[in-house]
Design a protein around this ligand. Structure first.
Ligand code: NAD
Length: 252
């Protein structure tokens, strides 16, 4: 049984740690006003499960519907800013260069906006568009579709072939970016303390990094106001929100 711990006790582990890995999830951004995946399903979108929208098959079946869902998520995030938790992580990295590796499942760019360096974004970036398919080789095309010449639409399409733009996020069933995942696995193996914050621990392979850290001998701390699927992996549970716990642990 993992103990529910007060923040001060975990603070001593932070001070002693040589290498810290932070694994963050959607709850990290909740106090910035970004809804978690489940909470984002409101209004028009309430009748869909994220698994019915965030897949390549869903996009191919109904590109406009999936494009519009992401457009609504981009719109929701337009006026959103990093919170005290994002800032505490970035400030710690600046005070202690090379001591904290940040691994995030978030696609909202808030860690990067707070100034975190070398963020390993395992699930991509909501604000980047990428092509759905390889270039279809229209004459004069030069072998690569040109984003700057994309025709406006829902979704925008290539001016020369029928390729479509899609959001640069990792969909259910897709591979994670190999370089970021390998770096995250290295960090999970090398750290002596992993802080798992704001994730339900339900999405793999990201959640597997907490198991890797534990098996490699690190202390694992889950920071979340609610129970998670990684609680049994943790040495300590901090039942607090990200914007309260991260400044308390890492310094404000
Ligand atoms: P999730 O929605 O499954 O779980 C969110 C977790 O955050 C829950 O355990 C919840 O108890 C916790 N939480 C809520 N408020 C919190 C707070 N203030 N402080 C700390 N924890 C809090 O999210 P997940 O585990 O990240 O996995 C779902 C997937 O959704 C990921 O793949 C991620 O890419 C994607 N996603 C990302 C964003 C984003 O970029 N902000 C938003 C929604 C979904």
């Amino acid at each position: 049984m993992t103990a529910i711990t007060d923040i001060a006790a975990v603070g001593t582990w932070v001070r002693d740690a040589r290498a810290i890995a932070v694994l963050s999830g959607a709850g990290m951004s909740a106090e910035s006003g970004v809804p978690t995946f489940r909470d984002a399903q409101t209004g028009l979108w309430a009748k869909f499960r994220p698994e019915e929208l965030a897949t390549e098959a869903a996009f191919r079946a109904d590109p406009r519907r999936v494009w519009d869902w992401y457009a609504s998520r981009r719109e929701m995030m337009k006026d959103v800013h990093p919170n005290a938790g994002h800032h505490a992580i970035a400030a710690f990295q600046q005070r202690h260069p090379g001591r904290l590796t940040l691994i995030t499942q978030n696609v909202d760019g808030l860690h990067q906006a707070a100034g975190s360096v070398g963020t390993l974004a395992l699930h991509g970036n909501l604000f980047e568009d990428i092509w759905l398919d390889p270039c279809m080789g229209a004459p004069g095309h030069g072998g690569v579709c040109d984003v700057s010449r994309a025709l406006p639409g829902r979704p925008p399409t290539c001016a020369d072939c029928s390729n479509a733009l899609r959001p640069g996020v990792v969909w259910f069933g897709e591979m994670l970016p190999a370089v970021a995942l390998a770096a995250a696995e290295d960090a999970a193996q090398a750290c002596d303390l992993m802080l798992v914050v704001g994730t339900s621990g339900a999405v793999y392979p990201a959640a597997g990094l907490a198991h890797t850290a534990r098996q490699s001998g690190a202390r694992v701390v889950v920071i979340n106001p609610e129970p998670t699927e990684l609680d049994s992996v943790a040495h300590a549970l901090v039942r607090a929100t990200a914007a309260v716990a991260m400044p308390a642990l890492l310094g404000g």
